[in-house]
Design a protein around this ligand. Sequence first.
Ligand code: ATP
Length: 345
Amino acid sequence: MSGLSINAVTKRFGDFNAVDDVSLAVPHGTFVCLLGPSGCGKTTLLRMIAGLEEPSAGTIALDGADITGVPTHKRNFGMVFQSLALFPHLSVGENISYALRIRGAPKEEQKKRVEELLALIDLPGFADRPVAKLSGGQRQRVAIARALALSPKLFLLDEPLSALDAKLRETMQVELRQLQQRLGITTIVVTHDQREAMTMADLVVVMGKGRILQAAPPIEIYRKPADAFVADFIGITNLLPAETDDAGRATVLGQAIAGLKLPAGTTKASLSVRPEDVRITAPGAGALTGTVNFVRDLGGTIETFVDVGGKTVISVATPRERPEVSVGQQVGLVLPPESCVVLKS
Ligand code: ATP
């Protein structure tokens, strides 16, 4: 296969499996985000792909060739880590051309490549600037350019944007994705930020406890999460208990939902319904009835928190759809059956 192939890879530290029997196929040119909570094994998996850590079991192949035992410096992968490790005493240009210099590339070639890369990261004319004089975002771009200097076959980044403030981080996410698309380079980024993953990735790999819980395009993960953990980790969701009553109807929080079907033989399940799919209506007119206990108006969106039998259900609307409700008011909630995802529990 053209691309990266991870085959039943496990990494054990003592008797603890940091990565546990992970398999993943990454077609050439794909942008992958490894996403999950702290300690789920994302970095360890990336380090094995980079050759910085040896798998305890399993193999890793690139374009059909087994690279499991190939040392890092022979893989030609570009890497950017959380701590950028730019050389502070060198200029921008010297940082970017570092790997070329070590390989003995002629001065002219180094200069040309530095110019190409500075154009790519939108910092033309920065070659002679001291690294210490750059802003956080500029440093980040230089680290990316340096990692791309040798035209790597694979681009690996571990939490590359985590040191930046929220606004710059969002801008850099878009820049990084656009850069990757221009170059068509297979890229794997570790992040614990679901919004970052959804902005950049073709393929989001959600991990938990060393295993892959779901690997799919971002919107598929959002719309069809594999389980409650994934549903809760990706965006905001209402996780609601559902049951089949004696008459065979599906009920949520004790109230029957017309048109909702639980899988045959299921008496208890968990439903995920995204807040933007929950609509507020008059009491009795929706599937559920509850009492508004909080309204958060964020300008661009309005979140209404509704207490239904002790459980809070959140509905999100745009200002144009603004529900005219206030705290203490009884309301109905419409849960469109097609937006309710029945989860494995
Ligand atoms: P974070 O987002 O916090 O970086 P992560 O998902 O990247 O987390 P890893 O760094 O891959 O997680 O670590 C996974 C697990 O393996 C953790 O429990 C960690 O403590 C453990 N681990 C990682 N490296 C080693 C090591 N060299 N020796 C022992 N345990 C390790």
